[in-house]
Design a protein around this ligand. Structure first.
Ligand SMILES: [Zn+2]
Length: 91
């Protein structure tokens, strides 16, 4: 699994008269894939090679799902604690 999200980028290069600077129909270079994420307070982003995009997409999905499940678990735990302590006070 991996935190973050994948984004696609299209860039303009430095070459004169390149297709990316065509005055009528500019076609930028790309897509370039980038994985941006924040982990332990540190933000990072790195480029992902095209052949790894599918794998990384899966990892990002797995992480998202994992976090949702953990959040549900914590919700239930908090709710249980609340209900339990209420019950004890009621005795
Ligand atoms: Zn170009």
């Amino acid at each position: 699994m991996h935190p973050g999200s994948l984004s696609e980028q299209y860039n303009v290069c430095g070459k004169p008269r390149c297709r990316c600077k065509d005055p009528k129909k500019p076609r930028r270079h790309g897509p370039y894939y980038q994985l941006g994420f924040t982990w332990r307070g540190k933000s990072t982003s790195r480029f992902v090679r095209p052949e790894r995009v599918t794998e990384i997409r899966h990892k990002v999905e797995n992480y998202k799902q994992f976090r949702e499940l953990v959040n549900e678990w914590v919700d239930l735990s908090v709710e249980l604690e609340r209900a339990t302590s209420k019950q004890r006070h009621g005795d």
